[in-house]
Design a protein around this ligand. Sequence first.
Ligand code: PRX
Length: 656
Amino acid sequence: MGNSVELSAPKDLTLPANPGFTQLESNMAEEPKFYHPDPSVVEYATVKEYDALYQRSITDREGFWAEQAEALDWYKKWDRVLDDSNKPFFKWFTGAKTNIVQNAIDRHLVTRNRNKLAIIWEGEPGDVHSYSYHALNREVSRFANILKAMGVKKGEIVTLYMPQLPELVFGMLACAKIGAAHSVVYGGFSADALRDRINDAQSRVVITADGGYRRGKPVDLKSIANEALKHCPTVEVCICVQRTGQPVYMENDRDYWYHDLYKLPVASPKCETEPMDAEDMLFLLYTSGSTGKPKGLVHTHGGYQVYASTTHKMVFDIKPEDRYWCAADPGWITGHSYIVYGPLINGTTLILYEGAPNHPYPNRWWSMIEKYGINILYTSPTAVRGLMRFGESWPAKHDLSSLRLLGSVGEPINPEAWRWYHRVIGGGRCPIMDTWWQTETGGFMITPLPITPLKPGSATKPFFGNECAVVDDHGKEVGPGEEGSLVIKNPWPGMARTVYKDPDRYQETYWSRYAAQGWYTVGDSAKRDEDGYFWIIGRIDDVIKVSGYRLGTAEIESALVGHPAVSEAAAIALPHELKGNAIHCYVILRANQSPSEDLAESLKNQVADHLGKIARPDGIVFVDSLPKTRSGKIMRRVLKARALGQDEGDLSTLEE
Ligand code: PRX
């Protein structure tokens, strides 16, 4: 019966244009249980064995991390590796003095790395700038001196709202160098989102740019910043980097062109790095959670530098000669840990690219891999799926043989995309490091190493020092293949220390569900299979991942309710072929309003204007009521099950 249905497919069914898809279909039957690494990869790898080192890292966690920390420079070594006297507010390397810039830049200046390329930056129009570690130090020092001249003090928080320019990296490092904390707000966020983050951090200084290039057009950033700054009473100084040269409004006595400041004698290329306590704040990074207010996660100099550099070095098997490209935006945690800090601490040559992956043609990335001889490419499943759509002929135009390792992050990678990435981009020889982690974790938590036998779609096993489990509501580990809540049973040096100005929220969000056991609640559902491999399924809280971007349902709903026509709203995620998930909203209108196409468009725009384009819903459905619990909580799970035609599950708490 099944066959006859397949055979009578509609006549207009067209075969995919990409021959790779058909080949994949026919290969599926022969899918091996494991993809074993190529012997050349194993031979080259620094970490050649997982089990023994993992066991050691668990039985002597502090010893393991102390050993990793020894590989870095410190002005003064720690008294204690881990201080767990005030759980869950763990501290690492207490008593130590350091500054992440000491390791990301300063220590390279007295080695052969001094003249090595640190950053190769390519603009979307094709302009290229490269910086050695020596040059990077000069740029960062000049920026640091400019910030000092603007009165920036140790401990204050500087907000950066920038496109992917070298100056974003210089600005972050300049803040760290003088002991200020940075709060980078992704350049795709709206004026409202920027305003809220600046106000929460009470920034006095904001760094932005006139714009950047995206798909051949200048994107306007300064006017969005201007809009936000109208409602940011703490901001006294706005430094603007000129990239596109488009006309922008500069406010007298507040706004300064970076290139003007750069010419002043004060912008000297020499600047001392400020010694910091290991636990001093390095940066704040806002991320969405289950309430409307994004939380500012606090990361510190000492533990974070150890965690970001160790995970980066071991998972991407970093060698001195490598050219490494993490194609994320520095404005997200992936960019913080694996574009900027991890790679620079490891003395890596990193690639930074300003624009769209398919500009001017869908081979932009592949041509860059060939041009720069890139060895490691780290990106998201959404980017892989997006580029896969254009077919194999685009990568086939380029010699990708320099690639040794691939990486994936941000959302589960579907096996089809995994296999395409592995076969077409990695030539079947490059293992894919599917790294599972979060803004909160600072670095990889569950991830393969190059030597790990892989299963497409699984992030495999915990990184050293970490004990992860999939548990039920009572904290009991579920059986192999069963779905449950992912927890981490131990502290690790890269963990966020708190939510800025809201320690209760930190404790409540992450540590209250399994308070008795003292475990960290991730907020993801997962399975563990019979080989001990972890499979991340998705968020179980009110967070939606769209193209790997993290958004809160509450933020989307409050943007909708802010529209004069809307009385109530609920947002859910529905699966989407390219984006992983797409946002769909259910809206109850006010009494005098009636549904229309135009209104649906205007509501979509309302969300995009409030949060940024990434949050624009795909669908708006007008409804008369929403499924709620007796206590009035919207049951999004029911909406989702209905939309997908699935079983609605337990409805006992549903109010009629
Ligand atoms: O749901 C998981 C998903 O992304 C969430 C964290 O989002 P964010 O803080 O924005 O950090 C993204 C970059 C680290 C996780 O709770 N996620 C991240 N990596 C993976 C993933 N889901 C499946 N597989 C991954 N490799």
